[in-house]
Design a binder for this molecule. Structure first.
Ligand code: ZN
Length: 268
């Protein structure tokens, strides 16, 4: 089974459609890692698309904030993000709101892959925590037993590799030498278009982020996504250009904040 992995669409329908066009016929199901709405101008269309097409979808912090639930205070968002959340709340249809309301705010265990979980932010804090460093990743590897966890939230493509090493500890006398297990985490930056074999075992586990469809923050303005092949256990990370100015025009018409419009031109 080939899975199209989408994350952080953020109501950018033009970017989402470009990704779906570029991947037509190349996957069997879609899994979405959350933040379908927020920031962008087409929340209803993007939610409708995921309702129709995504087999699994995690709850993102923006999805949560739009619902106005306790646990995430929209006052904690920066002023521009907050403005977009409040605008989204106003325009979202009841049907789409109901869809967002039933998204999983705990890690999802797909039936088709028992060694893998997916969630929006982190296994420890599924809706909120940013995994941006190997040390935060290390703490999170202790929170799940599976070999792979897919996350979004940071809008930066990344692979954190956890490895258990056997190390020989020399304690002075040869007879006192003992084996010690040491865990390390390293951050790998996936290369666009390179098919990566996901080597996992009890000694090697991964936290993988496909980047963001609708608001990339790694200085690359193109929409980011990945295709995970569950049989071959490969990860193909890709980017596609999309007509950014179309999304920006839609945002201007909706009176969304200027800063949110501008950032799409730079990828931050
Ligand atoms: Zn996001």
């Amino acid at each position: 089974m080939r899975v199209l992995i989408l994350s952080d669409i953020h109501a950018n329908l033009v970017a989402l459609e470009s990704v779906l066009n570029a991947t037509a016929g190349r996957y069997d199901v879609i899994w979405c890692l959350g933040d379908v709405v927020g920031y962008g101008p087409r929340p209803n269309e993007c939610v409708a698309m995921m309702r129709e097409r995504a087999a699994l979808c995690a709850m993102g912090n923006h999805d949560w904030a739009v619902l106005g639930r306790s646990g995430i205070d929209v006052e904690d968002f920066n002023p521009h993000a907050r403005e977009a959340v409040l605008w989204t709340r106003d325009v979202l249809t009841e049907e789409n709101r109901a869809y967002l309301a039933q998204l999983a705010d705990k890690p999802i265990h797909p039936e088709v892959a028992d060694n893998l979980i997916l969630t929006h932010a982190s296994p420890r804090e599924p809706v909120l925590e940013y995994i941006l460093t190997p040390s935060i990743a290390m703490e999170n590897f202790a929170e799940f037993p599976e070999q792979i966890c897919l996350v979004g939230h940071t809008h930066k493509p990344a692979i954190y590799r956890w490895r258990l090493h056997e190390e020989v500890k020399v304690a002075g006398q040869p007879e006192e030498t003992e084996q010690e297990q040491i865990a390390t985490v390293e951050l790998l930056r996936p290369q666009v278009g390179t098919l990566l074999k996901l080597e996992t075992s009890p000694h090697q586990r991964l936290i993988i982020n496909p980047g963001s469809v609708g608001q990339p923050r790694d200085n690359d303005v193109r929409a980011a996504f990945a295709i995970l092949d569950l049989e071959a256990m490969t990860w193909l990370y890709e980017r596609v250009p999309y007509p950014i100015e179309l999304t920006q025009n839609q945002m201007r018409k909706a009176n969304l904040p200027r800063r949110l419009i501008d950032r799409l031109s730079f990828g931050w």
